[in-house]
Structure formats: structure tokens, C-alpha cells
Design a protein. Structure first.
Length: 359
């Protein structure tokens, strides 16, 4: 991959888009249109994610056969494979190709053998779009089947852009939430068969699904619904699953408000029975950590922010964290500067009022 004028123009355009205040799916679509000039590919998939769980929330894609899409999701959440998004989201490198991950032997990957090769796809170049220590989105570029895959130079090029895209997706969380319009609505219930086909839904669920329509094919459930249901099946298979693998994800609706989807088996149902997915308005305690993460606070500043939102005094915060009141004030000052507020009251207003977390 020669570093020519065209490649440099692509780099500049993607960086510009990343900081243009675009909505997450729009940013991914526009950025990928530019990236394909420098990294020719036959197909791609990209999605925004809930940074706490790395579950897909809104997706865009092109060139991937409709029949293969659910197989990729099952492989990601239930399969034993290499180069997974969760690994890239939390590991030392955020970008890696499948050929590189398998040492040039892609057939060692079940995803390659069972999903990609049968539809003529070869190497994949995956990226976790990280910012502030969290993963805000993912993307995967596919090339046609051939002995050679993505070069190390191409991986370096994408790795140089991934942090910008991560920052853009994180900013989208903050910018879009200010346009939220409260809507009175109760929880919606969806009943899914074990194959994730829709069995029944309540009227409230139908209204909420309308708010969550994403890039899925017509008639398909929004990505966040199938993601939490598939994660439930993963948790059922692994009794020692850590808390961040729970089948729950937050997602911003097209109306700007925050919703949460979570999945569980019907009471008394064994694995293989129906799955209940509840979609409802997110509560402050669920939205606040997501928004605080978007401001790139340090771990200590995040601790302080949660205590401030809980109404703790300076003395109480100092006692809880084992630091002096003066140190608390210093951390608060740094935190206020990052969030763009001047007081505790403004911090609470910024998180709970301006970003549509219900009071």
C-alpha cells in the first residue's frame, strides 16, 4: 500500500468526518466510503456498540450475503474463534487481520471455514474503535478469497484512523443526546423463539422497535435485540460469565432518548425455550456511566462523579475514597473542566437533564 496523494487524502477526509459531529451510523457509512479508496474491499460490516458490553447497537454493511449475517453474530458471541471484536476491544492491539491472527493459516478459524470461504470471502481486517479506554464501535473489511490478504502496512493505516473514529462515535453519544424529547411509554415485551425469530410482541414493543430501526433488512429485528438475545445464549453456556457479558445493552433511539434492552428466558423455561426481550426507557444509573465514559474521565474522576451524582458531600467523598477533602476538590476541578461545567449542580444537570436520563 503506497503512501501516495490519494491515501493521504483519504486519511484527512476520514479524520475530518470523525470530528464533524455526525451520528454514529452516518459517520461509519461516510468513513467507509472513503476508506474503500485506500483499502479496496468486497464487503464490510460496521456497528456502534455499547462500550460496557461491546454488543452491537446500530449497524451498517455492504456486500455480505443476508444468509451469512446471523452466522457472523453467532460466531462472535457463541463460537470459539480468533480475532474477535471483544478481544480487539480489550487487548493490546485494536486492529488485526484474520490471516495475521492465524499465522497465515486462515482455515484454522471456524469463521473462515464455515462462513467466509463458502461465500468467496478471504482475509478480514477488523478494528475496535476505541476512545477513552472504551470501545464505541467496530468495523470489519473483507476481501475476496486469495492466498494473500491485508498487508501489515494496511493494518497500520487503519490503526492510525481507528482512534479518530472512536472519538467520533463517542462524541455522537454526547451530541445527539441533547436533542432528546421525552416520551411517556411503558416497557415493551418481545417473545423470541430460540432461533431468534419473533413469536409475539406487545403494542409498546412495536412502538419502541420503530424507534430502533437500523440498517437491518426489512422485517428483521433491530440489531440490539438480536445481540442481547444471542448474548443470553452465550451466558447460559458459561456459568462463570463475567458481569460485562450480561445480556443487556443501552442504545439511543432515533428520537434521541436512551433505551435499554435486556434478555432472559421465560420463567421456568429451559435453554431452547422462548426468550423474552424487554425494551424500556433507560434509568439514570444506566445512562450516567455511559455518558461519563464519553467524557474520558480518569478512573478516579469517574468514581468522584458517581458519588457527586449520588449527592455525597466533599467530606463523605473523601472518606469513601480515603483521600483528603483538598484532593477531592482538585479532582472535581479537573472533572468539571472535561465535562464543561462549573459546579456539582451543573454536572447533575448535564448528565440527567440535557442527556435525557429520566429524573
Amino acid at each position: 500500500m503506497a503512501q501516495n496523494w490519494s491515501t493521504e487524502r483519504t486519511r484527512r477526509e476520514v479524520i475530518r468526518l470523525s470530528h464533524a459531529g455526525l451520528a454514529g451510523p452516518t459517520l461509519l457509512t461516510e468513513a467507509l466510503a472513503r476508506l474503500r479508496r485506500a483499502l479496496p474491499v468486497e464487503a464490510y460490516f460496521a456497528a456502534t456498540t455499547d462500550p460496557a458490553t461491546v454488543l452491537f447497537t446500530e449497524m451498517v454493511g455492504e456486500g455480505i450475503p443476508q444468509s451469512a449475517a446471523p452466522l457472523f453474530l453467532t460466531n462472535e458471541l457463541l463460537g470459539d474463534d480468533v480475532n474477535k471484536f471483544t478481544e480487539l476491544a480489550r487487548g493490546p492491539t485494536s486492529v488485526r487481520g484474520l490471516y495475521a491472527a492465524t499465522g497465515g493459516a486462515p482455515a484454522a478459524s471456524p469463521r473462515y471455514r464455515d462462513i467466509m470461504a463458502p461465500v468467496g470471502l478471504g482475509d478480514e481486517l477488523r478494528a475496535a474503535l476505541r476512545a477513552g479506554g472504551a470501545c464505541w464501535g467496530v468495523l470489519c473489511l473483507h476481501r475476496e478469497r486469495s492466498p494473500s490478504g491485508f498487508s501489515a502496512e494496511e493494518a497500520v493505516f487503519l490503526r492510525s484512523l481507528a482512534p479518530h473514529l472512536g472519538e467520533g462515535l463517542r462524541a455522537a453519544v454526547l451530541l445527539a443526546a441533547t436533542a432528546a424529547t421525552p416520551v411517556a411509554d411503558g416497557p415493551g415485551l418481545l417473545l423470541l423463539a430460540d432461533d431468534l425469530s419473533l413469536v409475539a410482541s406487545t403494542a409498546a414493543a412495536e412502538r419502541l422497535l420503530g424507534e430502533l430501526a437500523d440498517g437491518s433488512h426489512a422485517g428483521e429485528l433491530p440489531q440490539v435485540v438480536t445481540a442481547v438475545a444471542t448474548r443470553l445464549k452465550q451466558v447460559e453456556r458459561d456459568a462463570e460469565a463475567p458481569p460485562d457479558l450480561m445480556p443487556r445493552a443501552r442504545v439511543r433511539s432515533h428520537g434521541g432518548r436512551w433505551l435499554v434492552a435486556h434478555a432472559s428466558r421465560l420463567a421456568g423455561a429451559e435453554p431452547g425455550g422462548q426468550i423474552a426481550v424487554i425494551v424500556e426507557a433507560a434509568q439514570p444509573r444506566e445512562v450516567a456511566p455511559l455518558l461519563l465514559a464519553a467524557y474520558a474521565l480518569t478512573p478516579r474522576e469517574t468514581e468522584l462523579a458517581h458519588l457527586v451524582l449520588a449527592g455525597r458531600s466533599t467530606e463523605a467523598i473523601a472518606a469513601a475514597l480515603g483521600i483528603s477533602p483538598l484532593t477531592v476538590q482538585q479532582h472535581l476541578k479537573a472533572m468539571f473542566e472535561k465535562v464543561g461545567v462549573r459546579s456539582r449542580r451543573e454536572l447533575v444537570a448535564r448528565i440527567f437533564a440535557e442527556h435525557d436520563a429520566p429524573r
